[in-house]
Each structure stands twice: as structure tokens, then as C-alpha cells.
Design a protein around this ligand. Structure first.
Ligand code: NAD
Length: 289
């Protein structure tokens, strides 16, 4: 019996180079570049946001730093300093992420200022006082409005721009250690009841978008910072308080804004081009217990 030759179009395998490093022009560090990319960062006046914006600008991106109008005095000089330092276009934009109308206006401003959006750091968030087992409805609702609905609204704006402009992109959401563990300080849970619930919701939303948006070349991931010395603890805790807070952290210290920014740069850049739907814990090992 004669065997029929199987005609296989094996062009599909061309996408899997085995040794890219052998290409004389190849540099692995180029994969961390954001040259020519456009991005925005919410909560951009805060510690994590402004350091991620600086990292993206240094990597070559034009960046919109987005925060509440009350941060104008901080945000204007910050954007100017980053533009001068890195030679990219860094612009402040003002928006309450929990307000549908303001986010719709933000979407237009992003296209006006940057042309498009390739990368978005969905990071604005609050921990409202009184967020414990007996929290008032108002505390619960405000936390949900800003942290979860705000993440949904701003991620929608970002991914719709990417799809309208027919290119891919990367969404990075700030979840938290509190999405996975009840923060434990000195014998009991810290008041992060609604906060933890929103951060767990953000992680699952990021995972859903990873599945739904992969056909458009859009990746979606979360980071879960542990305790980060972002500025919000400055002047609020004593050295003893520092030791108490970091006791359950295997590395026995806070993280820094830069340690978060480098994780956010990784997830924004092509260095993570096969990473989607994941959560990157940046917490000094806190979550191992
Ligand atoms: P931060 O308070 O310095 O920054 C948060 C920023 O969000 C502020 O600039 C604030 O003005 C802005 N913001 C608040 N409500 C807003 C709204 N409605 N619209 C637009 N902007 C708004 O805090 P940070 O430490 O930089 O935290 C950034 C993110 O990281 C938050 O989502 C926070 O929950 C998360 N996080 C922080 C830590 C930590 O230890 N610092 C740990 C885990 C997660």
C-alpha cells in the first residue's frame, strides 16, 4: 500500500524561535523597553503610582499621571520633573476614578494627549477608616466605589482605546496582600474588610479580562504588594510599630516603591509577553504563611 504524503503547513511553528540570543542584534534587555509606548497610571500622585510612572518614562514611554484634582499642586511639578529628566511626554490628568462621567472625559483626554494607550496601571485605591467587621454602609460603599468600580471604569477606558485603535496592550491592576490573607498585626486582623474584598475582586476581574481580551493581544495581570513604604506610613508609625507590622513578613521589612515599580515595568513590557491572568506577589514573602 502506498503511503500518502501528509502536507503540513508548518509556518505556525515559525513563532517559536529556539535560540533568539544567537541573533547578533538580539538583546534580552530590549524586552524591558517601553520606547514609543503610551500609558497611564491612576493614583499617580501616590507612592506606587508616581514611581511606576517614572519607571515607564525612563523606559521610554509617554505617560499620563492620573489622580484627583486635589493633588494638582503635587502632580504638575511631578510631571514636569519626569518630562525633563526622561525626555518623554509626561502629563498630569485629573479624574475621580469612581465617577463615570469623569472617566469618560479621561478617556478622551488620554487620546488627545497621548494619541493612544498601550499600557495602563490601574492603581488608585483607598483604605477607608472604620473598615472592620462592624463597618458602616458608607465605608463599605465608598471602598467599593473607588477600589473596584474605579478599577472597572478605568480598565474599560484603557482596553476600549486599545481595541478601537486595533493594537494590543497590557493592563496591570493593583490588588493587595489583603486579597489573599487577612493582614495580621499584633494578635488580630487589620481593618481591611471591604478593602480586602475589593482587592480580591480586582484580581478576579484581571483574570477574567485576561481570558476575554487575549484575542485582541491585550494582557491583563495583577500585582499584590505587601506592606510598602509608599509614603502613607511616613510619620504614622513608630520604630516599634514598624517591627510589629513586619514581624509576620519573612524578610522583616517593608517593600519600597521602586520594588513595586520594577514589577509593574516587567508586566507592562514585552519581558512578560507570555504572562497574562496572573498575580505577582511583591510582599517579602508575607503570603507564604
Ligand atoms: P497612596 O495613598 O500614596 O496613593 C493612592 C493614590 O490614589 C493617591 O494619590 C490618591 O489621591 C489616589 N486616589 C484616591 N482616590 C482616588 C479616586 N477616587 N480617583 C483617583 N485617584 C484616587 O497609596 P499607595 O501606597 O501608593 O497605594 C497605591 C495602591 O496600592 C492602592 O490601590 C493601594 O490600595 C495599593 N496597595 C498599597 C500597599 C502599601 O502598603 N502601600 C499595599 C498593597 C496595596
Amino acid at each position: 500500500m502506498e503511503t500518502e504524503a501528509v502536507m503540513v503547513d508548518d509556518a505556525i511553528f515559525d513563532q517559536y524561535p529556539l535560540d533568539s540570543w544567537k541573533d547578533p542584534g538580539h538583546r534580552i534587555m530590549d524586552r524591558f523597553s517601553l520606547a514609543g509606548k503610551k500609558g497611564f497610571v491612576t493614583g499617580g500622585a501616590g507612592g506606587l503610582g508616581r514611581n511606576a510612572a517614572a519607571a515607564w518614562a525612563e523606559a521610554g514611554a509617554d505617560v499620563a499621571i492620573v489622580d484627583l484634582p486635589r493633588t494638582r499642586e503635587t502632580l504638575e511639578p511631578l510631571a514636569k520633573e519626569m518630562s525633563e529628566r526622561y525626555g518623554t511626554h509626561v502629563v498630569p490628568l485629573y479624574c475621580d476614578v469612581s465617577d463615570r462621567g469623569q472617566v469618560a472625559a479621561l478617556k478622551s483626554s488620554l487620546v488627545d494627549e497621548l494619541g493612544t494607550v498601550d499600557v495602563a496601571f490601574i492603581n488608585a485605591g483607598v483604605n477607608v477608616p472604620g473598615d472592620d467587621a462592624d463597618e458602616p454602609y458608607e465605608v463599605w460603599q465608598r471602598t467599593l466605589d473607588i477600589n473596584l468600580t474605579g478599577a472597572y471604569l478605568t480598565a474599560q477606558a484603557a482596553q476600549h482605546i486599545m481595541r478601537e485603535h486595533k493594537h494590543g496592550g497590557s493592563l496591570i491592576f493593583t490588588s493587595s496582600l489583603s486579597a489573599h490573607n487577612a493582614n495580621f498585626i499584633a494578635g488580630g486582623p487589620s481593618p481591611v474588610a471591604a478593602y480586602g474584598a475589593t482587592k480580591a475582586g480586582i484580581y478576579e476581574y484581571a483574570r477574567y479580562l485576561a481570558a476575554a481580551l487575549a484575542p485582541y493581544g491585550i494582557r491583563s495581570n495583577a500585582i499584590s504588594p505587601g506592606y510598602v513604604w509608599s509614603g502613607i506610613f511616613e510619620g504614622r508609625i513608630t520604630p516599634d510599630g514598624h517591627d510589629l507590622m513586619t514581624a509576620p513578613v519573612p524578610m522583616r521589612r517593608f517593600g519600597t516603591n521602586e520594588e513595586i515599580a520594577s514589577a509593574v515595568l516587567f508586566l507592562a513590557s514585552d519581558a512578560s509577553s507570555y504572562v497574562t491572568g496572573t498575580n505577582l506577589q511583591v510582599d517579602g514573602g508575607y503570603s507564604v504563611y
